[in-house]
Design a protein around this ligand. Sequence first.
Ligand code: URA
Length: 209
Amino acid sequence: MVDTILNTLHNAFSDLSYSDTYTQAQKCTRCPLATTRTKVVFNQGPVPCKLMLIGEAPGADEDIQGIPFVGRAGQLLTKMLEAVEIFRPNDIYITNTLKCRPPNNRTPLQSEIDYCQDFLLKQISEVQPRILILVGSPAMKTILHPDESISKIRGKWFNLTVDYMSESLRVMTIFHPSYLLRNASKEQGSPKWLTWMDLKEIKKTLDTL
Ligand code: URA
């Protein structure tokens, strides 16, 4: 079994409802990103939901609109999800490791990830996904903390023990769409092609649940 923060989903908001936690997030000042953000980007999608996706952090467009994955990378993600018949906002709950935009889209600091982790754990415990998609390295490291790089981990199923169901939670890491924007080839074996294969596998499994 993989040892993970999901083994116990205990978090600072365990005694609050989902909507009270959402309200707390909107006025959060736990870390310095509170002073530079425009909007807190909490989620898009229903609660509960069989399928949940965790990205990295809001970018410029998300910071303005308050919705995750709406910029260029988000549009590519949306198109790829639609290609396997997963439609936003109803079929998938989408969030990020961080709820606020790091200035100039820099990589999230570990301290920011730690401050935000209670929100993420609360979201997972309320959404109760059967499948979790991790998009990019911060999400992968937060949930799976593997020693290996994303190119070794992507496309593999990890089965994690969670306290809201007796079955294991199926977790798969995929490449971040920003990386796919920089690697546009669709040739067999390319990052885009691999991501397409990963999403097809996710959809196939989702349909059995
Ligand atoms: N990249 C992410 O990881 N999340 C977003 O919401 C947008 C871009």
